[in-house]
Design a protein around this ligand. Structure first.
Ligand code: ADP
Ligand code: TRP
Length: 322
């Protein structure tokens, strides 16, 4: 079974990304062949500044490696290291009806957010289909928001196979993480960069302690009174990091009263800080070893390109490009 997923290099990872997508995706490296790439061509559609793109790409690579992506087990590379993907995207575009792209939510959402309706943004799903089909992927773990793009991918693979021969492109399945609960932000809305309510996975201890202390929203129940457990942001976040016994203890302390929110926030910080200790140490090691990330990505690119070249030569031949 070959798994493949792409991650947009969009700045600092937050715990919503971690628990909602990254943890489960990285776990697949133990369940089969895993391909992970940083979708830097895709990021260009909304991040046109070269230095920002480069820095975000490195930051994403560092963070994923710190979070446990193991380059000994998985193939890890930057999308742009395999430019053949653009050729496959072009070939897919020739069978891609305009209406299919016009119906895509992500394009409409981006336009609604004020991005200029450029061709790359419009053609994004065709490139994403190429990302998947270029590596003969069997299964693609993605968030619910990407479900439609997987449908486009299957649709395009079907059209190519109808036109040029059954089995030319492997038909991938989506693995949609329906079960993942939405991680609440510090203010209780969905955690998201666009709401400015995130808790980063990595950062400086003092600043993060302060962030939790100042920004996690609570009600005004006095210290001595019992506190509501329903809708508690502290409890929802604590549950992600604490053992079941620690979590039950905090629920009981809410119900008993006599403990203030300041203490609960302190407990939340400690559990969070401990949870990412190993990842933080790996990250520090990576930062202290310049060259490591480049080496990993170069080795990944080599393997990825080898796989890609099999598919692209098969396709070129089938469509009459030689
Ligand atoms: P943001 O909303 O901060 O821009 P992204 O859209 O870049 O986050 O999210 C990348 C991935 O992380 C998606 O697959 C999404 O499902 C997951 N994710 C983001 N925020 C959350 C959240 N609050 N809870 C669960 N999963 C999340
Ligand atoms: N579009 C995906 C996102 O925004 C990222 C992505 C690009 C991707 N290509 C992919 C995901 C291929 C899975 C497979 O999150």
């Amino acid at each position: 079974m070959r798994f493949l997923t792409g991650l947009q290099p969009s700045g600092k990872l937050h715990i919503g990304n971690y628990f909602g997508a990254i943890q489960a995706a990285i776990d697949l490296q133990n369940k089969g062949e895993a391909f992970y790439f940083i979708a830097n061509y895709h990021a260009m559609t909304t991040s046109p500044d070269a230095e920002t793109l480069r820095a975000n790409t490195y930051e994403m690579a560092i963070d994923l490696l710190a979070c446990g992506l193991d380059p000994e087990k998985a193939v890890f590379f930057a999308q742009s290291s395999v430019p053949e993907v653009n050729e496959l995207a072009w070939i897919l575009s020739t069978v891609c009806p305009m209406g299919l792209l016009e119906r895509c939510h992500s394009y409409k959402d981006k336009i609604a957010k004020g991005f200029s309706p450029n061709h790359a943004l419009f053609a994004y799903p065709a490139l994403m289909a190429a990302d998947i089909l270029l590596y003969d992927s069997d299964a693609v773990p993605v968030g619910k928001d990407q479900k439609q793009h997987l449908e486009v991918t299957r649709d395009l693979a079907g059209k190519i196979n109808d036109a040029y021969g059954e089995g030319l492109l492997r038909m991938p399945e989506a693995i949609i993480s329906e079960v993942t609960a939405i991680v609440p932000g510090l203010d209780g809305q969905k955690m998201s960069k666009s709401y400015g309510n995130t808790l980063p996975v990595f950062g400086e201890e003092k600043a993060l302690r302060k962030l939790i202390n100042k920004k996690v929203v609570t009600d005004a129940t006095p210290l001595e009174d019992p506190k509501p457990t329903e809708g508690s942001i502290i409890l929802a976040l604590y549950k992600l990091f604490a053992t079941p016994a620690q979590y039950e203890e905090m629920v009981a302390a809410h119900q008993r009263g006599g403990v203030g929110y300041g203490q609960f926030k302190k407990d939340l910080f400690e559990a969070y800080w401990e949870y990412f200790r190993a990842a933080r140490e790996r990250r520090e090691w990576i930062l202290a070893n310049p060259g490591y990330v480049d080496e990993v990505l170069a080795a990944g690119a080599l393997k990825a390109r080898e796989e890609a070249s099999k598919v692209i030569s098969r396709v070129r031949k089938a469509v009459g490009l030689i």
